[in-house]
Design a protein around this ligand. Structure first.
Ligand code: PA5
Length: 476
């Protein structure tokens, strides 16, 4: 098992570096450390009491065992794996695939260690129609992993119903159970009922694990294992970080320090949290992090019932791409952001820049240099420029991007989120505000019955339509 450790570098948020107005002073750091330290004991106790089941996932060898066994059964007859899911049932799968498989994985057979992978986390008809056009007669060697904890999410349910019908019509009724694998609640929910009725193979979303904390369960592990990712190393990395994130000594606990710094800066007007990987492999980890941070921390009400309306806004940027898009704003716009860079020391591969033609001697300085040197120099340069404008910067350093370090990163940010939620004194694990839009969609799509408040969906749909009617007066 690799022993590389990711690390969090936080010097560049200090007042010593960017001044007292925008940096964190020694006294402020001590203050937020004193607020956070007792939470380490509290979170450890919650973990021990089974109140945060996501923290057990790195140690659930039973789940990894079930996933690997099913992947072995399925692999031989599968050239294309399609994940149908949304939010926490998709973002982790995408992030793992981008991080741990080569860029050309789906296109170049030589770079593939498993089936091609497509994750559909939307219901855009043009996108799906194009995919199925391209799939053509390869349906027979395609497996669909439908992932929905509740089974009642309109997007995933619609994709699933389309695929089920397609399989039925093209390959016959026997094919459905061969081509669909469901990942859902162990006992309850619409999808579990269908699994039982139609005899699909299935995996479990563990009890008490919300979508955005589920990537290290069968939700994220199955597509990863199918595509040749070392899920044991992923879990081992997460387990190693879980130990560091449990350390009662605040000064040695990266999750506690990360949360404390984020909390401090949020309260000092840095309400936007920019995550900026300098690595293509890590770019979708930023999407995964956005959901984790936004759904967990964006809350109107504190645990003691006060209206608080808190939550840092997570923003994704990619280095160096967004240097040519966002950095102007990041340096000269409002100083309301905390930056977290993700930096990689060893990319595993490198490319040497070729010689400049005689007519362009001003490009000579690049010749013979490595692209990894350029990428990391640009990170350093951008961070330096931001510090010049007194913008606080954190860096998560990856010695390499591999399953072990990615597992550490996932665990680091999940536990950071738990610490941050505790500091904000909100419920980190619910997402009540997502419900209204889901219920409104049910109403507009003609669902019979009533919503959770007892209002008939038909009446609800009429209310929405009359309120949302386009007013021609404002149409230009
Ligand atoms: O994090 C969450 O809980 C959500 O993003 C869910 O994952 C998302 O809404 C999909 O829900 P489900 O898995 O029930 O279809």
């Amino acid at each position: 098992m690799p022993q590389e450790q990711i690390s969090l570098y936080y010097k560049n948020v200090l007042a010593d570096v960017i001044g007292d107005e925008h940096g964190i002073t020694g006294a402020q750091f001590e203050d937020v450390a004193a607020q956070t330290s007792p939470l380490i004991t509290r979170l450890n106790a919650q973990k021990k009491a089974g109140e945060t089941p996501y923290r057990n996932l790195p140690f659930r060898t039973d789940i990894a065992g079930d996933v690997k066994e099913l992947a072995e059964q399925v692999k031989a007859d599968c050239d294309t794996l399609v994940v149908l899911g949304i939010g926490g049932s998709a973002l982790g799968n995408i992030a793992l695939q981008t991080a741990l498989n080569p860029y050309m994985y789906n296109i170049d057979d030589k770079q593939r260690r498993g089936p091609g992978l497509f994750v559909f986390d939307n219901v855009d008809p043009a996108q799906l129609a194009s995919f199925f056009d391209g799939l053509g007669d390869k349906l027979d060697r395609t497996v669909f992993n439908v992932i929905s904890k509740s089974g009642r999410t309109a997007e995933t349910a619609s994709q699933f119903l389309y695929v089920r019908d397609l399989l039925l019509n093209k390959l016959g009724s026997d094919a459905i159970s061969r081509h669909i694998i469901a990942t859902t609640d162990e006992n309850a929910g619409t999808l579990r009922t269908i699994v039982e009725e139609e005899g699909y193979r299935s995996l479990v979303v563990p009890d008490g694990v919300g979508g955005r904390f589920s990537v290290l369960s069968a939700v994220g592990l199955f597509s990863a294992a199918m595509c040749g990712i070392d899920i044991d190393a992923l879990l081992a990395g997460a387990a190693e970080m879980d130990e560091r994130a449990s350390c009662e000594d605040f000064s040695k606990n990266p999750a506690a320090i990360n949360a404390a710094i984020n909390y401090h800066f949020y309260n000092r007007g840095k309400i936007i949290s920019v995550i900026m990987p300098y690595s293509y492999a890590l770019k979708d980890m930023a999407d995964w992090y956005r959901q984790l941070w936004a759904e967990s921390l964006g809350k109107s009400t504190s645990l003691d019932g006060k209206q608080v309306f808190v939550g840092p806004t997570p923003v994704k940027a990619l280095g160096t791409t967004d240097q040519h898009s966002q950095v102007q704003l990041y340096r000269e716009g409002p100083n309301d952001k905390l930056f977290t860079f993700l930096q990689v020391e060893d990319f595993g591969r490198d490319i040497t820049i070729g010689p400049a033609p005689g007519c362009a001697s001003e490009l000579d300085f690049l010749a013979g240099k490595k692209l990894s040197t350029l990428l990391n120099s640009e990170k350093l340069a951008t961070e330096y420029a931001l510090l010049e404008d007194k913008r606080p910067c954190l860096t998560v350093n990856f010695p390499k991007v591999n399953a072990y370090t990615v597992g550490q990163f996932i665990c680091l940010f999940e536990v950071t989120t738990s610490f941050a939620g505790a500091l904000f004194n909100i419920d980190t694990y619910n997402q009540p505000a997502v419900e209204l839009g889901k219920e409104a969609t049910f109403a507009l799509m003609g669902k019979p019955g009533s919503d959770k408040s007892g209002r008939p969906y038909k009446q609800f749909a009429d209310e929405i339509r009359s309120r949302m009617n386009t007013d021609e007066q404002f149409l230009v």
